[in-house]
Ligand binder design. Sequence first.
Ligand SMILES: Cc1cc2nc3c(=O)[nH]c(=O)nc-3n(C[C@H](O)[C@H](O)[C@H](O)COP(=O)(O)OP(=O)(O)OC[C@H]3O[C@@H](n4cnc5c(N)ncnc54)[C@H](O)[C@@H]3O)c2cc1C
Length: 403
Amino acid sequence: MADGTTVIVGAGQAGAHAAVAMRQAGLAGRVVLLGEEPHPPYERPPLSKAVLTEPQEPEPGWFYPPARYAELAIDLRTGQHVTGIEPEAGRVVLANGEHLAFDRLVLATGGRPRTLPVPGGAAALTLRTLEDARALRARLAPGQDVVCIGAGVIGLEVAASAHARGCRVTVIEALPTALGRSAAPEMAAWVVGLHRRAGVTLHFGAAVAEIVPGEVRCAGGLRVKADLVLAGIGIIRNTELAAAAGVAVDNGILVDEAGRTSLPGLFAAGDVAAFRHARLGTVVRLESWRHAQDHGAAVGRAVAGQTVAYDEVPWFWTDQYGRNIQVAGLPAAAVRSVLRGTTEDASFCAFHLDEAGRVVAATGVDAPREVRAAMALIRAGSVVDPARLADPAVKPQALVRAP
Ligand SMILES: Cc1cc2nc3c(=O)[nH]c(=O)nc-3n(C[C@H](O)[C@H](O)[C@H](O)COP(=O)(O)OP(=O)(O)OC[C@H]3O[C@@H](n4cnc5c(N)ncnc54)[C@H](O)[C@@H]3O)c2cc1C
């Protein structure tokens, strides 16, 4: 396909995978990968886990060794903040005043942590970048009172990590339950139990009203001692550049199955994108490692001119207290669940079914094979006899093969 210049804004996971995939798909010309962070693209999952808990801070997990970008003639430019896009002129504007012309543009700008809109809220730390994780790591010490605001994945992972560092941990969540819509209610309840058994205190239905030095205060009178506060209350997608350039946005940059935005030659990938998922029949906005990788790569191939119809089954994992929890599909689409094993077992899996009895999601605890099988069932839209789903004697692969 044509050469010219392809610019990618955002050197995170999706941006890196898009850049490499477009080269592997044969895209010629110039490829420029612009990122505002000072590092080459790196893994974020360890930031709430090993980076907080290991005695020695682990090396960042680079997606590719720096030499790989040079090998593929990808011009990786870190520390470059893009301040504007001029689609008609076909150029991006950098904070240093530079203008960079493009023939094709990929927006992979991800998201930034939501901050607490209450008095004193600015005192709460947030976690997205390596620098955020280092700041948090430096302040976790045995005996400290740590308050995590938000019982989503980030809040709960930090709670587990702070607990592992010997802190006294409290989680405050405004909603009545943990993990929002990303987990089925009974599995979210199991995760809450995991924290409580470890000695973490969780308050639900508690809205933070104010943070004062040493204390978090909630509407309704709850007061919690806090040496350190972490706000894990979700992300805001970095859509501003796209919106200002006239790209259609709806809590995410709207893209089709090939990552194309509403403007020709402009694509978006990863956490920042919102798209109608052909298989799931709904608009999805995913924030997960697997999606950032696969969507980035798919959009990279589309930029190189390949035909792409991205419809991977959503999948994410979280590690808490040595348990590996994997969620496939969209549990919110389910009306009932079938449990294989019991929640007391070393490994168990809940299959989540829709009204027609199709497997639409699964949550596995230390059960990767079951979750893999569930993904195949979700992909195929299979209806499986619930008795077979529940029977640990039926091997996961057999669920996929037999009706
Ligand atoms: C602490 C943490 C733990 C996680 N753990 C898990 C996990 O266990 N399992 C899981 O499935 N997922 C996990 N995730 C989610 C996963 O890491 C993200 O979904 C993934 O990183 C998204 O990649 P992305 O490239 O779309 O966005 P990002 O990683 O946000 O990358 C976007 C990049 O664009 C840059 N950028 C934005 N605007 C501009 C601009 N104007 N100019 C230049 N650069 C710009 C940003 O600085 C950033 O580097 C975790 C995330 C975090 C933060």
